[in-house]
Design a binder for this molecule. Structure first.
Ligand code: PLP
Length: 388
């Protein structure tokens, strides 16, 4: 009765881990991909006010014009790129919808989409839904999970249509240097490809490093489609607002898909995004600097666990810890930690990258300390247990 296209999508092991955690109770959840901070007060107030003021009907399909202008202005200010709010910005139901719209509108069945491993799993699902083939290029932990453009170019065939680039990265926390992005864009130009630049973590970069955006290159209009979001920057994942920045001709086609699925993005929440962009950006900086402290804390504590190694990530709110020395599969390890320690992490195999686990540090320092203490004790018990 159901379509092959959806039956072919695998159910993530995440759900069974969550069931296991719920059964145990008393768990510390460090698997979340969302900020634990409360959405800033002025943003919440703006959404409430928008409801009271009657912004409760369909909005313009491309997004509220003032919001699109503010997004274009932000892109100009941050990345020196000239995007027109009128026809080069499309406001979507989160970055997730932006990604889906872009893939569905760009990829033909049979096209190849280059996806870097470890990956954000929806990239693969989107490729599947479009009938395209995901072609994986494995990144190396010893190179800090930064792509080697030569490896990527080797994966390009006549069928390649898209390369998906995610910086700052989920799950690795890597931040790609500008020079790497330059070379990736050169590959896209040489082979006439589109780069989908997922930059939803753009505001979360640490130690004075800067996020380099693919939009900042002059050729971006032709070859880059940016996926972006308000979710992580303003801790407003539940309000579901994201956007696409692309050339007007591409965007006009994206609009057909977006309109069919959503008509418009959530209107009161778009009003809240206007206030978020117009207001003080102190809240963004406060969250960023809190994450940086948490990152230092979690990485220090991870490295204190025998058999676990973790490099200091430069961005996002994830640490990707190497557990290969423990001699256990990542899913098995995550299940063990839930049962033995009540700590919930994400298995690297879920990102098609065995031997690692993702630790989200979008949690309070107290919870992080408690979780790492429990994890260390569980690992020590694991070592002391006689092997079967
Ligand atoms: C890499 C990446 N892209 C896109 C998204 C989608 O975020 P949202 O739809 O909340 O904007 C996420 C969410 O976790 C993500 O991690």
């Amino acid at each position: 009765m159901l379509a092959d296209r959806i039956l072919g999508v695998q159910r993530s092991p995440f759900y069974s881990i969550m069931e296991l955690a719920a059964k145990r109770g008393d768990c510390i959840y460090l698997q979340l991909g969302e900020p634990d901070f409360v959405t800033p007060g002025h943003v919440r107030e703006a959404a409430k006010r928008a409801l009271d003021e009657g912004h409760t009907h369909y909005g313009p399909d491309r997004g509220i014009p003032e919001l699109r202008e503010l997004i274009a202005e932000k892109i100009r200010r941050q990345y020196g790129a000239s995007y027109n709010g009128q026809d080069e910005i499309l406001v979507t139901a989160g970055g997730q919808a932006a990604l889906h719209v872009a893939v569905m509108a760009l990829a033909n069945p049979g096209d190849e989409i280059i996806i870097l491993l470890p990956h954000y799993p929806p990239y693969v699902v989107n490729a599947q839904l479009a009938g395209a083939k995901a072609v994986f290029v494995r990144l190396k932990s010893e190179e800090g999970f930064v792509p080697n453009p030569d490896d990527i170019e080797k994966a390009v065939t006549k069928k390649t249509k898209i390369i998906i680039v995610l910086t700052p990265n989920n799950p690795t926390g890597a931040v790609y240097p500008r020079e790497t992005l330059r070379r990736l864009l050169d590959i896209a130009k040489r082979h006439n490809l589109v780069v989908i630049a997922d930059e939803v973590y753009e505001s979360l970069v640490y130690d004075g490093h800067e996020h380099a955006s693919l939009l900042s290159f002059p050729e971006a209009k032709e070859h880059v489609v940016q996926v972006n979001s308000f979710s992580k920057t303003y801790a407003m994942t539940g309000l579901r607002v994201g956007y696409l920045a692309a050339s007007a001709d591409k965007l006009l086609q994206f609009l057909k898909y977006h309109h069919t699925v959503n008509i418009s993005a959530n209107v009161p929440c778009q009003v809240a995004c206007i206030v978020a962009l117009k207001g003080s950006q102190d809240c963004v900086e406060e969250m960023r600097s809190a994450y940086q402290k948490r990152r230092d804390l979690v990485v220090g504590l991870l490295n204190d666990i025998p058999g676990v190694h973790c490099d200091l990530p430069k961005g996002s709110f994830f640490a990707f810890a190497d557990i290969r020395e423990l001699g256990i599969g990542s899913l098995e390890f995550v299940e063990y930690l839930v049962k033995e320690a009540g700590v919930v992490l994400t298995n690297g195999s879920g990102f098609d990258y065995e031997g690692f686990v993702r630790v989200s540090y979008a949690a309070t320092p107290e919870r992080i300390e408690e979780a790492m203490g429990r994890m260390k004790a569980a690992v020590l018990r694991m070592h002391s247990k006689p092997s079967k």
